[in-house]
Design a protein around this ligand. Structure first.
Ligand code: FES
Length: 163
């Protein structure tokens, strides 16, 4: 695992040092660290030369602001209006039922954490969710079971080593 400052510099080199790079940089940090500490946010703000409040605001909006360590795979289900009208509740129930966790919780094996997020900009394919950086759209409870099974099988194949 890279030191956080080095990681942020690398991500900024890759994505650029402007406001549009903020989201991919936040995602990159969460991918390695599994959460976003206050220290990381301050360092990101310094690297991009933007106010720390802006980093905080974006992180909060997209619910990347996790103060505790999260599971290996972070599921973020969109809770905004279009997704909510197109079956977000059923999606959430299917996930909760399969993983035996509620929103904000992590499975005992540390493989999944379940969160909600605001609109992902994929309303035309609602309901939508992210698992880490992967986007999943047009979700149904059946599709959820297939997707989660795929992630569980990856673990069995050793691709998803739990920390
Ligand atoms: S409302 Fe869910 S992606 Fe826009």
């Amino acid at each position: 695992m890279k030191p956080i400052i080095e990681l942020i510099k690398e991500l900024a080199d890759k994505h650029g040092r402007n406001r549009h790079s903020l989201l991919p940089i936040l995602q990159g940090v969460v991918e390695q660290e599994r959460y976003l500490s206050e220290y990381s946010m301050i360092e990101i703000a310094r690297e991009l030369d933007i106010p720390a409040t802006e980093v905080y605001g974006t992180a909060t909006f997209y619910t990347f602001l996790d103060y505790k360590k999260m599971g290996r795979n972070i599921i973020r289900v969109c809770k905004t209006i279009t997704c909510s009208m197109k079956g977000e509740k059923q999606i959430m129930l299917a996930i909760e039922d399969m993983l035996k966790i509620k929103i904000g919780e992590t499975t005992q094996d540390g493989l999944f954490s379940l969160l909600q997020t605001n609109c992902l900009g994929l309303c035309h394919k609602a309901p939508a969710m992210l698992i880490n950086n992967e986007v999943y759209t047009d979700l149904t409870p059946e599709k959820i079971r297939e997707i989660l099974t795929m992630y569980m099988n990856r673990k069995d194949e050793g691709e998803n080593n739990v920390n």
